[in-house]
Ligand binder design. Structure first.
Ligand code: 5AD
Ligand code: SF4
Length: 439
């Protein structure tokens, strides 16, 4: 064994999966993962830059690692992911105790770069974008997070350039993986007993468009749905403008495709949507939701919303509240706008004061809370299908998810992890459901 590594992941599922992948590569190269940073020889921070707060967290944790590096200079400290891509060399200048900075197109070379740091004993930074190289096939024999569900990256990057968003700058342009590779990976995961597959991409609806002759996203779903052993199929994230007629049909037809979609609206005001460069209007967004609900009446929908985008008036904000009322989302994720240079909105006029953003965020969350609660309570007394996946925080309980992505806790022995059971919902709590297995 060459040493122990510890990975701290920030941000989205994409990062969680990239961390799993780095762990796999390091283990394949003779290192062992540890959950205890104190016993690690390598400490990696896989970072998120999507909002300012996320980036601040990274710098603050790096600052706290300084005494450790002073005490044990042989420990290698590395930064990967979006902050690494955005800041590059600046991290090494601001934080001289950091050894390695690896960008979003380079993290799969983690083992090679660790060797370089060990050999040369100097700071290393590589943040080049690489569009020539086919992303290596990500087949992970033992998914770390769960033996029950697995993430599969189908594409990376984004071409949309929403004016608030840093992703196209730090993840680069869209690159789809070959559909044969994706399908092959899913098959292998199913052979290992995985029941649920979650396809990942910044903008999954444009899957394949960057590859000549490649199949569409809806066709990819259709082919994966047919694979024996697959119980549940999900995907994140979709851009509302690219929800195609074909995809809507897939929701009506494919059995494994769960009744859940995350469909970021960002705002309910046409004026703000235009400034955001979202390329859909409120009514177009609503029409897509209507069409989806028509083919899947029990479809659960969640969304992302930004409050306090530059120029957002009280009236614009009211439009966002009225969107919540109209759609009745199952859950929402809401954020205060923050400048993310070099995204375009950094230079927009009419920046909203921090206290106004805070008030709007609170109002938005308060507005949604009873809607979420009502939707959860509507499940009380109903029987739902739950895929059990983990020990719950409470002793003899297991935790799982419904097809519509709600967390359900039930009293059940550990042996049932990985099983699909029928659960009668007894109580709806603020963030989860509690029930009893009936089969
Ligand atoms: N400020 C606030 N929220 C943002 N998001 C992306 N960029 C910003 C920003 N500059 C939010 C969007 C996106 C989610 C991942 O993060 O709602 O959907
Ligand atoms: Fe960012 Fe817009 Fe691309 Fe989503 S679609 S990653 S919000 S630029």
């Amino acid at each position: 064994m060459k040493g122990r590594f510890f990975i701290q992941t920030f941000g989205c599922q994409m990062n969680v999966h990239d961390s799993e992948y780095m762990a796999f590569l390091l283990e394949a190269n003779g290192y062992r993962q540890t959950n205890n940073p104190k016993e690690a020889n390598i400490i990696l921070l896989n970072t998120c830059a999507v909002r300012q707060k996320a980036e601040e967290k990274v710098y603050s944790l790096l600052g706290r690692l300084k005494p450790l590096k002073k005490k044990r200079p042989e420990v290698i400290i590395g930064v990967t992911g979006c902050v690494a891509q955005k800041e590059g060399q600046r991290i090494l200048e601001r934080m001289p105790h950091v050894d390695l900075v690896l960008g979003t197109h380079q993290f799969y070379r983690i083992a090679e770069f660790i060797e370089t740091v060990k050999r040369e004993r100097q700071q290393v930074c590589c943040t080049e974008f690489n569009y020539q190289l086919e992303p290596p096939q990500r087949v992970i024999p033992l998914p770390r997070q769960s033996q029950v569900r697995a993430y599969v990256t189908i594409m990376q990057g984004c071409n949309n350039f929403c004016t608030y968003c840093i992703v196209p700058y730090v993840r680069g342009r869209e690159i789809s993986r070959k559909s044969q590779d994706v399908i092959e990976e899913v098959k292998r995961l199913l052979d290992m007993g995985i029941k649920e597959v979650i396809l990942l991409g910044q903008n999954v609806n444009s899957y394949g468009k960057d590859r000549k002759g490649e199949i569409s996203f809806a066709e990819l779903l259709r082919r994966i749905d047919k694979l024996p052993g697959l119980k549940r199929l999900r995907f994140i994230t979709s851009h509302p403008k690219d929800i195609s007629e074909e995809l809507i049909q897939a929701f009506g037809e494919l059995e494994s495709l769960c009744e859940y979609i995350h469909l970021p609206a960002q705002s309910g005001s046409d004026r703000i949507l235009k400034l955001m460069n979202r390329k859909y209007t409120r009514s177009e967004y609503l029409r897509k939701i209507e069409a989806l609900r028509k083919v899947r009446p029990n479809l659960a929908i969640s969304t992302d919303l930004i409050v306090g985008f530059p120029g957002e008036t009280e009236e614009d904000f009211k439009q966002t509240l009225s969107l919540l009322k109209e759609v009745e989302y199952d859950t929402i994720f809401a954020f205060k706008y923050s400048d993310r240079p070099p995204a375009k909105a950094v230079n927009f006029k009419g920046k909203i004061p921090e206290d106004v953003k805070k008030e709007r965020l609170e109002e938005l969350l308060e507005f949604q809370a009873p809607i979420t609660q009502r939707k959860n309570q509507a499940l009380e007394g109903k029987v739902v299908e739950v895929l059990l996946d983990t020990n719950s925080k409470r002793g003899n309980q297991l935790s799982g998810r419904t097809r519509c992505h709600r967390v359900v806790n039930v009293a059940a022995p550990k042996q049932l992890i990985g099983q699909i059971v029928q659960v009668k919902i007894e109580e709806a709590l603020a963030h989860s459901l509690r029930g009893r297995i009936i089969n």
